[in-house]
Design a protein. Structure first.
Length: 486
């Protein structure tokens, strides 16, 4: 059993390294510590994998074979793209940061997920403390979260609003599994609250939409007894989400003009009350882009929907958003290399097509030359249709591993599915999945899958095939047995 092997000093060291990576990954300003930790992690998991292969260990020493094959093919294709890449060195560097290191962390966290409860609590406490620190920083230094603002004091360690909001969203499913247990319920609930504070403080509108999706997956009723409670919670969440999105738009568009680090400013000309001038400050995210928009006097909104758009600032936010034009531009470039792309790596589309961006689009959003602001469109540009299919297959296999344990441990199934869907939803309007963010995503996936694997082993099922236990798992005693493991 892996959990017995992980009680050794090597297993304890691996847990400490994983805890350190959890901490530094959330801040992403401790590069030396991160790469030293990754080096130690790779050494430990490589020695464990080699030992398991040489000693003919059972399939439980590794994740499901279908997932390993899908990840292996995806890794090989992205590595091969360096052959035809427009910048091979950039592709190789990106492959290490976004494929090799994250998948090594996935296996490491998969092992740690099967470790004793003491080592599990270490990682849980580190995740909770890290989110607490970030939440406090987000509240105290709220006016310094603007990417264009100076970063005094502790804000030097605050990475980026996109990075922080994405990681805060991805760690919520982990806190949900903690909240499902009596002994960790308080930490789980407060940790999820910290994440909402972190994401809300970034004023990232799509954070709330992705959060709603995550909450729907986690709170969806499982039985008729839960239906009323679950629908009530989901209804309240929908209202809160709409209010939060509208409030974020208001803050972005109506910040105080006197503040040098405030959100975008809305100025209304006194001589002509019907003329609205929107002036937004430059930043490194498309949500706060440099633009000046003048609109002629518009008729009063006739419908309720139109009035909601005006009150929430949605109309102004949509009219000043350059994403549709960014997607149109990069989408038009796909036909140049449709099947194999231009080489793996987030910077590659910019290197290949940045000089072709129209000047008026660049003036509207200076970040248009960085990437296509959509995870799947970026993948299509980098590794073509073949690469996109392989990426979807890998994510599909990953989702299936969580789906396969839905009867044995439904909370882990929901958490894993929420983690994947939340990540995808958050990256439909941008692409934050690189470097530390990609590292943390696969780490969280490995951690959750490891916890499901040890429960399968405890019930006599095989981890490799993820088969359900032969006896009933819907009874009260079985549920108590599952909760006591790990």
């Amino acid at each position: 059993m892996i959990n017995l092997r992980l009680q050794s000093r090597a297993g304890e060291a691996l847990s400490v390294v994983c805890a350190v990576l959890l901490f530094v990954g959330m801040f992403d300003h401790m590069t030396a510590i991160k790469y030293i930790g990754i080096g130690i992690l790779i050494a430990i998991v490589a020695s464990f994998a080699i030992k398991s292969l040489l000693t003919n260990s059972p399939l439980s020493a590794f994740p499901a074979s279908s997932l390993l094959i899908a990840l292996g093919v995806w890794s090989l294709w992205t590595l091969m793209s360096a052959i035809w890449s427009v910048n091979p060195s950039a592709t190789l560097h990106a492959w290490l940061d976004e494929v090799a290191y994250p998948l090594a962390a996935f296996y490491a966290f998969w092992l740690v997920g099967q470790s004793p409860a003491k080592q599990q609590r270490l990682l849980q406490n580190v995740a909770w403390a890290t989110c607490l620190i970030l939440a406090v920083m987000s509240v105290v230094y709220f006016h310094y979260l603007d990417p264009g603002a100076p970063k005094p004091g502790l804000m030097h360690f605050y990475a980026r609003v996109g990075h922080s909001s994405t990681l805060a969203l991805m760690v919520i499913p982990l806190f949900a599994t903690m909240a499902a247990k009596t002994e960790t319920r308080l930490r789980g609930l407060t940790g999820a609250l910290f994440c909402v504070v972190i994401g809300g403080a970034t004023l990232n509108r799509f954070f709330w939409i992705a959060l709603a999706l995550v909450a729907v997956v986690l709170l969806w009723p499982r039985s008729s007894r839960e239906r009323v409670r679950a629908w009530t919670a989901l209804g309240a969440l929908l209202v809160v989400t709409l209010v939060a999105v509208g409030f974020s738009n208001k803050l972005r568009l109506m910040g105080p003009a006197a503040s040098s680090v405030a959100a975008p400013v809305v100025q209304v000309a006194s001589a002509a009350p019907g003329i609205l001038r929107v002036v937004a400050r430059a930043s490194d995210t498309p949500d706060t882009q440099l633009t000046a928009v003048e609109s002629a006097p518009a008729p009063r909104p006739a419908t309720l929907i139109e009035r909601l758009h005006v009150v929430s600032g949605m109309s102004r936010a949509m009219s000043s958003d350059a994403r549709p034009r960014i997607w149109a531009f990069y989408g038009s470039q796909v036909a140049k290399h449709p099947w194999i792309g231009i080489g793996f790596g987030k910077p590659l589309p910019s290197l290949a097509y940045g000089s072709l961006v129209p000047d008026d689009l660049f003036k509207l959003d200076g970040n248009v030359r960085t990437h296509a602001h959509n995870l799947f469109l970026n993948t299509l540009l980098q590794v073509g249709i073949v690469g996109l299919i392989l990426q979807l297959a890998a994510l599909g296999c990953l989702a299936y591993q969580f789906f396969a344990v839905r009867l044995i441990y439904p909370q882990l199934y929901r958490a894993g599915l929420a983690l994947i869907l939340g990540m995808l939803a958050k990256n439909l309007t941008d692409d934050f999945m690189w470097q530390s963010t990609m590292l943390m995503f696969w780490s969280y996936c490995g951690w959750l899958l490891g916890q499901s694997a040890i429960r399968l082993n405890s019930l006599g099922a095989t981890t490799g095939g993820y088969r359900a236990a032969p006896h009933s798992i819907d009874t009260k005693p079985a549920e108590r047995e599952l909760e006591s493991v790990g």
